[in-house]
Write a protein that binds this ligand. Structure first.
Ligand code: ZN
Length: 241
């Protein structure tokens, strides 16, 4: 019996386990009043778990998750990553900030992630349903800013660091006044800007309509008094932040 228990699982078994877990995570998100308004986004596009070496990624409609990556996450961290990908879709990040991506991909990617991670943390500060994964970019100094404003700050900081680096022969790191986390090499997810841009106009239009419908469904439930945080965030969806 012990020998059987110690046998490594096949990839198929691991995928089945994680697919079941993902379904459980979706239910935990829908059961939380703060996130229930966003349910329209949960079933949007295709969601795949793949036995490949990456973390998570979205092209603005579909989501893919690495099997070995999500196996390292707790249920609450996985719920966080699921909502993170969902918010990229809801904010139409890969369309709205395509110009910024072309100007500075690193800053555009980080700006979108700082915004989403702050909003998610703010929506559930007690960690009832979600928990910030260790590799997620987070900095409370970005409170109240939109992705473009965060992008401008990151660009300025990067340019200053480059100038100082040139002057002193080494880059200045960790000089910020705030507490930032997730600055390591690994990133929480990939934003598939090129794939999003390469879609047909027809597909882009369909995606946009699906997103707008999900936002309308969510905002039409605003009367629920206990959903104030979700409502605020949904209003920001509509303003394109
Ligand atoms: Zn992201």
């Amino acid at each position: 019996m012990f020998a059987q228990a110690l046998q490594p699982q096949t990839v198929e078994q691991r995928l089945a386990t994680q697919n079941r877990r993902m379904a459980k995570i979706n239910i935990s998100i829908m059961r939380d009043d703060r996130f229930a308004l966003w349910s329209g986004f949960l079933s949007m596009g295709t969601i795949k778990i793949l036995d490949k070496d990456f973390t998570a990624r979205t092209n603005g409609i579909d989501e893919e998750y690495s099997l070995s990556f999500i196996e390292t996450l707790t249920d609450k961290e996985l719920a966080f990553v699921r909502l993170h990908e969902m918010l990229h879709k809801a904010f139409k990040h890969l369309k709205v900030y395509n110009k910024l991506y072309k100007q500075d991909a690193e800053c555009a990617n980080k700006a979108c992630d700082y915004l989403i991670n702050y909003l998610l943390w703010e929506a559930d500060p007690q960690g009832k349903t979600i928990a910030l994964p260790k590799i997620a970019l987070f900095d409370a100094k970005y409170k109240g800013l939109n992705s473009k404003q965060i992008y401008d700050l990151l660009r300025k900081q990067k340019q200053q660091q480059q100038q100082q680096g040139q002057g002193q022969g080494q880059p200045q790191q960790g000089q910020g006044q705030s507490q930032a986390q997730g600055q390591g090499e690994q990133s929480l997810d990939e934003h598939m800007w090129d794939e999003a841009e390469g879609m047909s106009d027809d597909d882009k239009k369909k995606i946009e309509e699906q997103i707008d419908t999900a936002i309308r469904q969510g905002t039409s439930w605003q009367v629920r008094p206990y959903s104030r945080t979700s409502t605020t965030t949904l209003r920001r969806f509509a303003s394109g932040t």
